[in-house]
Design a protein around this ligand. Structure first.
Ligand code: CA
Length: 224
C-alpha cells in the first residue's frame, strides 16, 4: 500500500509519514506541487494526500493536472479551516475527499482506508492456503472463521503472508513489525506469534505458523 503525501510543512509531512509507516504503508513525500506531480506521474499510488497551499504549484492546480492526465489514484485534499471555496473547487475537480487542518491522525487514517475501500482501488486481500487477511478491514480469516486483529498482530501476520515459506528471523520480524530491534532477551515476537496462533492457527494438524528453532518462524503448509 503506497501513499503519496504532498505537503510543504515539514512537521506535518513528517507526522503523517511516520504515522502511516507505523500502519504499514509505504510513504513518499513531496515538498511542493511540481515535485508532487512528478511523483504522481511516476508511480501508482493507492491514495494521494494533497495539501492545497503549496509552493511552486498549488494543490488545486496539481489536482486539475493529474486528473486531466487520467491518473486514477484517489485524492484526499488537506485544506485550511476557512477555505470553503478551495474545498468546493477541489471536489468539483475530482478530489475524492477532504480533511480540514488541523486534524487528528486517526481521522486521516480513517479517511484513507475509506478511500481505498470505495475506489475498489484498495490493496488486494493477502492469501495463503485457507488463511487470508484483508488490509482494508484488518480482519483475518481462517477457513470460515473471521477474527479481528490488534494493530501489531495485523502487522505481524501481514509480514508473514507477504513472505510465505520463507524463514523469518526474530530480528527481521522485530525490525519490520516494531521498527526496532529488541535485545535477544525479550520475547515480544514470541508473545505475538502466540496471540496469532490462538486466533488463526489452533488446529495442530493444519498448522501454518511453524517455529524454526533458534532462528524464528515460517509460514508454511506441511500437511498433504
Ligand atoms: Ca502547505
Amino acid at each position: 500500500m503506497r501513499v503519496l503525501v504532498v505537503e510543504d510543512e515539514k512537521k506535518v509531512a513528517g507526522f503523517i509519514k511516520r504515522g502511516l509507516e507505523q500502519e504499514g504503508y509505504v510513504v513518499d513525500t513531496a515538498m511542493d506541487g511540481v515535485e508532487g506531480e512528478e511523483y504522481a506521474d511516476a508511480h501508482e499510488y493507492d491514495v494521494i494526500v494533497l495539501d492545497i497551499m503549496l509552493p511552486r504549484k498549488d494543490g488545486i492546480e496539481v489536482l486539475k493536472d493529474i486528473k486531466g492526465k487520467g491518473i486514477k489514484s484517489p485524492v484526499l485534499l488537506l485544506t485550511a479551516r476557512d477555505s470553503v471555496e478551495d474545498r468546493v473547487k477541489g471536489l468539483n475537480l475530482g478530489a475524492d475527499d477532504y480533511l480540514t487542518k488541523p486534524f487528528a491522525f486517526e481521522e486521516l487514517i480513517a479517511r484513507i482506508r475509506a478511500l481505498m475501500r470505495r475506489g475498489g482501488h484498495g490493496p488486494a486481500v493477502l492469501k495463503y492456503e485457507d488463511l487470508s487477511l484483508d488490509p482494508v478491514t484488518r480482519r483475518a480469516r481462517r477457513g470460515d472463521k473471521e477474527v479481528e486483529l490488534t494493530l501489531k498482530e495485523y502487522a505481524l501476520l501481514e509480514y508473514l503472508l507477504r513472505n510465505p515459506e520463507r524463514v523469518l528471523s526474530r530480528t527481521l520480524i522485530a525490525e519490520h513489525v516494531w521498527h526496532q530491534s529488541f535485545d535477544t532477551e525479550t520475547n515480544v515476537v514470541d508473545v505475538y506469534i502466540n496471540h496469532l496462533r490462538n486466533k488463526i492457527d489452533k488446529d495442530p494438524s493444519r498448522r501454518l505458523i511453524h517455529t524454526v528453532r533458534g532462528v524464528g518462524y515460517v509460514l508454511k503448509k506441511e500437511w498433504d
